[in-house]
Design a protein around this ligand. Structure first.
Ligand code: PEP
Length: 253
């Protein structure tokens, strides 16, 4: 089976000015000194400092991403950022479909799919976030909801494009709440998602696509999560805002 390279991603959300962000980026880079070649590190700062942070990380082997991306290349789309703008600012990836975009800003699966396809067309790696709410989990709808988010989010994305797709499973009830899915709950969903990729695409896509877990990942739980066979990395919010905690996460055992 193909060995998947872990991806440890920090989502800074709406935090950090330029000085703070460049300092944090440099401190995170200093934590990446173990010479691991089995993992990649990515930081997603706010749009306003993507350029400065990318610049501060030049030559350090750390990827940068925007926290969203538009499907259009330019024009009258107030508040949006085009794939080329992300690349111009030094980014090589975009987070799409984060639960805060879905639940606070009302982004639908259809809109998220346009973002996925636009970002791919613009040459970006896409981290497609999916996740069920607590009500959906309690109503036993977890797999139905996730399947719909994956099928609609990836609609029109072909097998060849899947190498630029990373899926982040982030149960909404675990994001920023301090509640983490247990390693068993997370593994069960990741295995389901890998099977789903096999059904939609083919075994090779299922074997090679990275599926990250997100939702209150911290130094205390990263090792047990990363030990699960279908968990290929983490998308980290709160604990990515401090270099020492994100450093411990990056350097999971
Ligand atoms: C996130 O924002 O993607 C996230 C998982 O946040 P937190 O780690 O704070 O739960």
């Amino acid at each position: 089976m193909t060995k998947r390279k872990a991806l440890m991603a920090g989502n800074w959300k709406m935090n950090m000015n330029a000085v703070e962000g460049c300092r944090l980026a440099a401190d995170v880079a200093a934590q990446c000194n173990k010479g691991y070649d089995d993992r990649e590190v990515l930081l997603a700062p706010p749009f306003t400092i993507l350029s400065e942070v990318s610049h501060a990380l030049e030559g350090k082997g750390i990827l940068t991403a925007s926290q969203n991306v538009c499907w259009e290349e330019n024009g009258a789309f107030t508040g949006e950022i085009a794939p080329n703008m992300v690349k111009d600012a030094g980014g090589s990836a975009a987070i799409v479909g984060h639960s805060e975009r879905r639940h606070i800003f009302g982004e639908s699966n259809e809109m998220i799919n346009k973002r996925v396809k636009g970002g791919l067309a613009g040459g970006l790696m896409i981290i497609l976030c999916i996740g069920e709410t607590l009500e959906e989990r309690e109503a036993d709808r977890t797999f139905t909801v996730l399947e719909e988010q994956v099928r609609k989010g990836l609609d029109g994305v072909d097998t060849g494009q899947m190498e630029k797709i990373v899926i982040a499973y982030e149960p909404v009830w675990a994001i920023g709440t301090g509640k983490t899915a247990s390693k068993e709950q997370a593994q069960e969903v990741h295995a389901f998602l890998r099977g789903l990729l096999d059904r939609i695409y083919e075994k090779d896509v299922a074997d090679t696509t990275r599926i990250l877990y997100g939702g209150s990942v911290k130094p205390a739980n990263v090792n047990e999560l990363m030990a699960q066979p279908d968990i290929d990395g983490a998308l980290v919010g709160g604990a990515a805002l401090k270099a020492d905690s994100f450093g411990s996460i990056i350097n999971f055992q």
